[in-house]
Design a protein around this ligand. Structure first.
Ligand code: PEP
Ligand code: MN
Length: 351
């Protein structure tokens, strides 16, 4: 159920509706839009009786939301979600493309700084690096943990880049929430519902990577888990699904971009690194992702990919990343986008 407020409803009227919803034992989710505020209602098992809500002051109408995902749906919020990073001009969603770049894993301070310097020089606004790694083998490098988070915090101070890193479980989620700017939930955890709920209690944007065999609805239901707990800053990321194709690590399903955009207001990024698994396929599929309407890119970059402890074969060399940025800047206006180059930090708000 969704309560649509009148265009000029006052904050007090919105508050009164939220309280009325709470009195019914349900949870209100006020979602301000450009024209009006909509209040999503969750927590109901069956249909909510709309009678008394419709009569409240400032209410335009009460609508039933038929889709399984509600808060993620355009029925509840028509305008695209725009995520801002306070103290900076960085955004995810909206007209500006977001580029998140860096190594698969943080391997050392020297490695992380060498890569960060280059991706910052090419104009990325976000730095990624795994601190907690979901590896197929328990014998493979598992990440540097908290030490990696501390290195990335230093990178934020040194270059202004906002930090994106994956949380694997409850413990790492709390640490990532403390140290990073964006919480990444990996493909393998896309349906780890308890982790999603916990991420929903955080107040940092959450990137959810598509599961290896997740349908559009399952993908959006994962976003719904986070949003249902009150965190509305969710970003989707297509990173390839598993198919019979054996020329690439995964099959990058770019057709999900317009499909998501039709039914959801959430931003969607493309990760052509995991999506292809091969360095020489990353640039063509990054171009294709932007052309298909993605809100940005997630790209693995390594200065010495032959020595990388994870995902070396799909990591771009820094000069290839620079080329990708130049091409993306040229492509962007064709799809009515813009690639911002570099992040601007308000003075006094650096860290
Ligand atoms: C990653 O971004 O390094 C990663 C492990 O991604 P995914 O969860 O998409 O495999
Ligand atoms: Mn990786």
């Amino acid at each position: 159920m969704l309560v649509v407020m009148k265009a000029h409803a006052s904050p007090e009227e919105i508050q009164a509706v939220c309280e009325a919803i709470e009195k019914l034992g349900l949870r209100p989710h006020p979602l301000p839009g450009a024209e009006r505020t909509a209040i999503g209602i969750t927590g109901n098992k069956g249909e909510v009786s709309r009678g008394n809500l419709e009569a409240l002051s400032g209410v335009a109408e009460v609508i039933r939301v038929t889709k399984a995902y509600k808060l993620a749906s355009r029925d509840v919020k028509e305008e695209d979600t725009l995520i801002r990073f306070p103290g900076t001009d960085a955004t995810i969603g909206g007209r500006n493309l977001a580029v998140i770049a860096g190594p698969c894993s943080i391997e050392s301070r020297e490695q992380a700084f060498a890569i960060a310097e280059q991706v910052a020089a090419s104009g990325a606004q976000f730095f990624r690096g795994g601190a907690f790694k979901p590896r197929t083998s328990p014998y493979a490098f598992q990440g540097m943990g908290l030490d990696a988070l501390k290195i990335m915090a230093e990178i934020r101070t040194a270059f202004g880049l906002r930090i994106v890193t994956e949380a694997l479980d409850n413990e790492s989620l709390d640490l990532v929430n403390e140290w990073a700017d964006v919480i990444q939930i990996g493909a393998r955890n896309m349906q780890n519902f308890s982790l999603l709920k916990r991420a929903g209690k955080m107040r940092k944007p959450v990137i959810i990577k598509r599961g290896l065999s997740a349908t559009l609805e399952e993908f959006l239901m994962s976003a719904e888990y986070v949003m249902s707990e009150g965190n509305y800053e969710v970003i989707l990321c297509e990173r390839g699904v598993r198919t019979f194709a054996d020329h690439s690590r995964n099959t990058l399903d770019l057709s999900i971009i317009p499909a998501v955009q039709q039914v959801s207001h959430l931003p969607i990024l493309v990760d052509p690194s995991h999506g292809t698994g091969k360095r020489d396929k990353v640039l063509p599929m990054a171009r294709a992702g932007i052309a298909a309407g993605a809100d940005g890119l997630l790209i693995e970059v390594h200065h010495q990919p032959d020595q990388a402890l994870s995902d070396g074969p799909q990591s771009l060399y820094p000069d290839q990343f620079a080329t990708m940025m130049n091409e993306t800047e040229l492509l962007a206006p064709i799809v009515n986008r813009k690639l911002p180059r570099g992040i601007h930090i308000d003075s006094g708000a650096r860290a």
